[in-house]
Design a protein around this ligand. Structure first.
Ligand code: ASP
Length: 320
């Protein structure tokens, strides 16, 4: 049986032995020389707002799942990130959104791909999870399901931004790759340990600029870009999705920790090294039942933040 978010919220209020929360807003070739002070401050403020939203849920005794959803909704609504509003464009000039969420308590999961009108794809993914009949919905079917659940929709203009449209035009005109025009993966994600000892992970993205033929990235694929298992860890990834799918990054990290007893940082670093060996760039965030919050990325930077009930509270962009 799948536990509804509302029930989790109620069950988890009360004692508060400790919580941990981490977020990302994409990894990539962030370079302090290419970002103005103002841009750096804007990104940090946006990350802080999402970190604070999730932390407030956890601090109030809310569930890991709720914290993940609360932070990702904020990042989806922020046009600076490649998720929800501000998503990258497909080759055909549309914004097609992917998202997934997973509850480490019962490993229930919900995922959607190719969504074009739902304001917050992470909320839709969680509705799929709560419904429980299926895990992964696509395109028109996912939209129909969102309609049945009464989720908020927006017209195409809501998702479309000038900067992302220019990136598509440049990619086409100069025959560039998505990485050449984007410089960074702007996918967003969150992972949480709540004060009841439960884990959750969520990821939301527009994918890669110029994606074609109904391409699906790693973000909505359970085990690739998103995974949560109360026994070991919760993971959210960002990067060149094709490689993350081939490595099965999120599940692979959890499996190394569960079966081989590997430490979180070393498991994450080893799996990211595998991604790199195949030619892929990106990063992951994870939390463990012991309250660790770990980052691992093989790019110059990653928009990221972490907080816990012991007072840790930090956001960062560059490697150091
Ligand atoms: N991982 C995402 C994808 O391949 C891209 C990103 O992280 O921004 O769809």
């Amino acid at each position: 049986m799948i536990i509804p978010a509302s029930a989790l919220a109620q069950e988890s209020t009360g004692t508060s032995p400790g919580w941990t929360f981490a977020i990302h807003g994409g990894a990539g070739t962030m370079d302090p020389d290419r970002m103005t002070e103002q841009q750096q401050a804007d990104y940090k403020a946006a990350l802080q707002a999402a970190l604070d939203a999730g932390s407030a849920v956890l601090d109030g005794g809310g569930s890991a799942l709720e914290a993940v959803r609360a932070a990702i909704v904020i990042l989806e609504d922020d046009p600076k990130f490649n998720a929800g509003r501000g998503a990258v464009f497909t080759w055909e000039g549309a914004n097609e959104l992917d998202a997934a969420i997973m509850d480490g308590r019962d490993r229930s999961a919900g995922a959607v791909t190719g969504v074009t009108s739902v304001r917050n794809p992470i909320v839709l993914a969680d509705a799929v999870r709560q419904d429980g009949r299926h895990v992964f919905l696509s395109g028109a079917g996912a939209e129909e399901f969102a309609g049945d659940k009464g989720l908020e929709t927006m017209p195409p203009e809501w998702f479309a931004t000038e900067a992302r449209r220019e990136a598509l035009e440049r990619l086409k005109a100069e025959q560039l790759s998505a990485m050449d025009v984007d410089h960074k993966f702007g996918t967003v994600g969150a992972v949480a340990l709540d004060s009841q000892g439960h884990l959750a992970a969520g990821t939301s993205t527009g994918g890669l600029t110029g994606k074609r033929w109904g391409r699906i990235g790693d973000a909505p694929i359970i085990g690739a870009g998103t995974y949560a298992d109360d026994r070991v860890c919760a993971v959210s990834a960002t990067g060149a999705g094709e490689y993350f799918i081939r490595v099965g990054v999120a599940h692979e990290i959890c499996a190394r920790m569960r079966i081989a007893g590997e430490a979180a940082q070393s498991a994450a670093d080893a799996v990211m090294a595998e991604v790199k060996e195949l030619g892929g760039d990106g990063g992951v965030i994870l939390v463990t039942p012991e309250g660790e919050a770990v980052f691992s990325f093989n790019t110059a930077g990653m928009y990221r933040g972490r907080a816990d009930s012991n007072g840790l509270n930090e956001v960062a962009i560059f490697r150091d």
